[in-house]
Design a protein around this ligand. Structure first.
Ligand SMILES: NC(=O)c1ccc[n+]([C@@H]2O[C@H](COP(=O)([O-])OP(=O)(O)OC[C@H]3O[C@@H](n4cnc5c(N)ncnc54)[C@H](O)[C@@H]3O)[C@@H](O)[C@H]2O)c1
Length: 272
């Protein structure tokens, strides 16, 4: 069984590797034996993470700056990885923006659908949709020239169900914000985009699946966490390390007959 879940000998490209989930998944892939290309816009966070690794692990971890909205940056990053190792066996694509809003603004207004800003909409779509298109297109081209590969895309439960906006009420039940439409729209295309790629490239050796996390604990306000817990079938938020097993499963040969599927790791959020 251990061999089945091993990533020994595999090269894994992780986009968004400096983020909350990216850091944990990087550690998981390294522990499972992979060589990991950690790619992110944020170079300084990647070098901090790298300096915390021992020298043997550092040798299996390559930090590469990447902007997924730029074809040039993607081509350069892939060239760096191929020159250093080879075409990645697996892409775990986490890079995205979940836009933060200026707290001095009226958040309920800024995040509401009626007054949502077109620039914010375009910005989210350029990273979360166009960036995903550019990165997966470049990786698919490279994988087709190699021995195939394995792509894992990361939507959100809000690609499967609508946000329950009562999560964003304050103690007095006033709506302080909404989960905004840009995130929901730009994540909703991923499950069917992955089915599109899975069916197109299944017989050419490329598997494409989605992994859907939900509610990863990250210093949320107590009021938010209490509301979340009350709505969650498991009654709690997700510890980031609970995503390690599911990601390693999809990245490994243990999931070799899976493609075009959506693995939901949401504590039951979408079950009712
Ligand atoms: N955290 C959650 O609860 C949760 C739930 C569901 C889905 N997700 C999805 O999981 C993924 C990772 O989430 P996270 O919480 O780790 O997010 P995060 O914001 O902590 O990390 C995202 C990373 O992407 C990088 N990034 C942003 N724009 C980029 C660009 N143009 N090019 C390259 N890198 C770029 C950022 O620098 C950051 O390090 C995201 O796609 C998110 O939508 C997260």
């Amino acid at each position: 069984m251990n061999d089945l879940f091993s990533l020994d000998g595999k090269v894994v490209l992780i986009s968004g590797a400096a983020g909350l989930i990216g850091q944990s998944v990087t550690t998981a892939c390294l522990e499972a034996g992979a060589r990991v290309a950690c790619c992110d816009l944020d170079e300084s966070k990647m070098s901090d993470n790298q300096s915390n690794r021992d020298s043997a692990t550092r040798a299996r971890c390559l930090s590469v700056q990447l902007d997924i909205t730029s074809g040039e940056s993607i081509a350069e990053a892939l060239k760096t990885i191929v020159d250093h190792w080879r075409v990645p066996d697996c892409l775990i694509h986490l890079a995205a923006i979940d836009a933060k809003f200026d707290a001095s603004l009226d958040l309920a207004k800024a995040t509401s659908f009626e007054s949502f800003d077109i620039e914010q909409w375009n910005n989210s779509l350029s990273v979360n949709m166009t960036g995903t298109f550019l990165l997966t297109q470049a990786v698919v081209r490279a994988m087709l020239e190699a021995d195939g590969g394995n792509i894992i895309l990361v939507p959100s439960t809000y690609a499967l169900v609508a946000p329950n906006q009562s999560l964003y009420l304050d103690e007095a039940d006033r709506q302080v914000a909404f989960k905004p439409v840009d995130y929901v729209a730009s994540k909703s295309f991923l499950p069917n985009f992955s089915r599109y790629l899975a069916t197109l490239y299944g017989q050419r050796g490329i598997r494409v699946n989605c992994l859907v996390p939900h509610g990863v604990r990250n210093n949320h306000p107590a009021n938010f966490e209490q509301r979340f817990n009350a709505m969650s079938p498991l009654g709690r938020m997700c510890d980031v390390d609970e995503l390690r097993g599911p990601f390693v499963f999809l990245a490994s040969d243990a999931s070799s007959y899976m493609t075009g599927s959506t693995l939901v790791v949401d504590g039951g959020w979408t079950a009712w």
